[in-house]
Design a protein around this ligand. Sequence first.
Ligand SMILES: [Zn+2]
Length: 100
Amino acid sequence: MDGFDDVARFRADDDPQLVAASFACPVCLGLDGVARLLIERDDSEVECACVGCGTAWTVAVDPAQVMRLVLHPPTAEETRLRLLTPRMADAPWSQHRRAA
Ligand SMILES: [Zn+2]
């Protein structure tokens, strides 16, 4: 598992604000960002982009964190993070499984 800029540090049952803080901008610490969850069989990650300074980075997430983000994502009412619909590439449950 390499190539990730950071690793998410929240638990599946943490508050929405703490979940969103895992995706705060590493440059300006801004919480106003866009995050896109990419689910892969082994290495799921969240691609983040900061609205304030334009920095882009990725955050690795473990299966429990993926489950939290899919089942109970931080909402716009709770946080400023905009989490986009997951693309379930190559996931066992995916409707869009790549041909082998
Ligand atoms: Zn920033």
